[in-house]
Design a protein around this ligand. Structure first.
Ligand SMILES: Cc1ncc(COP(=O)(O)O)c(C=O)c1O
Length: 385
């Protein structure tokens, strides 16, 4: 057989580290082993009934064809209203693009803005796919560490000032953040804003966990700051807040010039997001609050449970303020720790090094308290905590 050659771009990226863990968990489970899976980034709840009903109704009404590429008008209007309620009132429906998942929104934005040699700043630990997306767009990721400041952004601003150059095209913020659950303060965002304006940098604000927070304060959003409306691209989606990971529905808001250019990537790749799913999205945004609150309350309770259990074990964990992950300090060789955790204790976690921060394991608490307790017992039994 002739040797197949592949494009350089696929050689630049590795398969998702979370996928490798899930595969290992699946292999063990296939052998009858009971694995407590704390590696997954998805709510353990079913999608709220009203959303499912809306999808069924849309299907019954024959909503099965292509939609306008950027999304059906009622959904773009509902999204623009959500943006306005969050203080991002400069995104009208014409600034909104509906995508099959937030991931696709991010992918399209990187493809649209990043050229060879362009630098993209990521704050480590950073969600695994940002770096891959930058590389797939021929860009150069530039990492700014926040781990040594307990994942806070403000103390890392000096490092950020050193990291930005005339080649810096984009900067990615994710607050509340995966994998650490921290929320960036308004003051920190102001510091980022000052640099973004000085260096003419566009900012992607990934706000996919914005509805899952454990504070009473409004979430600081960089787009609301003076001087940022025209340079902020806000990404969001339905997967996390509405337990809709498999539906694949997300969106972004951006200045019209970007919507126009990114629209080429969107229409030539996915055409549009799934039609009846978009109708369900309208119902999610307009009618589903209570279930979101219930899910957030459940996450909050599990977070408390884990934090106090780790404190009892003398493990000092930075309190997450949002999302449903925490970064637990483990041994320096976090890969080995995670390997032992899954092989011996049958607890699946993701090594911090997958997010650019060795020495930690990311635990997702999108799992019942009973299972979280079981995981802790097992980690304890094998001397891992
Ligand atoms: C930080 C972050 N952004 C974006 C996404 C993409 O989510 P989806 O494509 O399901 O909307 C995820 C999913 O894990 C995430 O953690």
């Amino acid at each position: 057989m002739t040797e197949r050659s592949f494009a350089d771009r696929v050689g630049r990226v590795s398969p998702s580290a979370t996928l490798a863990i899930s595969n290992k968990a699946a292999t063990l489970e296939a052998d009858g082993v009971d694995v407590v899976d704390l590696s997954v980034g998805e709510p353990d709840f079913d999608t709220p009934e009203a959303i499912k009903d809306a999808a069924n109704e849309a299907l019954a009404a024959g909503e099965t064809g292509y939609t306008p590429s950027n999304g059906i008008p009622p959904l773009r209007e509902a999204i623009a209203e959500k943006f306005a309620a969050d203080g991002l009132d400069f995104y009208g429906p014409e600034n909104v693009v509906v995508t099959p998942g937030g991931k696709q929104a991010l992918f399209e934005l990187f493809q649209t803005l990043v050229d060879t040699g362009d630098e993209v700043v990521l704050f480590d630990p950073a969600w695994v796919s940002y770096e891959a997306m930058v590389k797939l767009a021929d860009g150069t990721p530039v990492h700014v560490d926040t781990a040594r400041h307990d994942f806070a952004l403000e103390p890392a601003l000096d490092d950020l000032a050193e990291a930005v150059t005339d080649q810096t095209k984009l900067l990615v913020l994710n607050s509340p953040g995966n994998p650490h659950g921290c929320i960036y303060s308004e003051k920190a965002l102001e510091g980022v804003r000052d640099l973004a304006v000085d260096y003419d940098i566009t900012v992607i604000s990934d706000e996919i966990y914005d509805q899952i927070t454990y504070t009473d304060e409004a979430l600081p959003r960089i787009g609301t700051l003076d001087g940022m409306a025209d340079r902020t691209l806000t990404v969001n989606g339905f997967s996390k807040a509405y337990a809709m990971t498999g539906w694949r529905l997300g969106y972004y808001g951006a200045p019209e010039s970007i919507v126009e250019q990114a629209g080429k990537i969107h229409s030539h790749s996915v055409s549009c997001a799934t039609s009846f799913v978009q109708h369900a999205g309208v119902t999610a945004l307009r009618e589903v609050d209570e279930e979101v609150e219930e899910m957030v309350d459940a996450f909050a309770e599990r977070r408390e449970f884990l934090l106090s259990a780790f404190a009892d074990h003398g493990v000092d964990v930075v309190e997450p303020q949002g999302a449903f992950y925490m970064m637990v300090p483990v041994s320096e060789d976090d890969q080995q720790w995670c390997d032992d955790a899954i092989s011996d204790a049958h607890v699946a976690t993701v090594p911090g090094s997958a997010f650019g921060t060795p020495g930690y394991a990311r635990l997702s608490y999108a799992n019942s308290k009973e299972r979280l307790g079981e995981a802790l017992d097992r980690l304890d039994e094998y001397g891992l905590i």
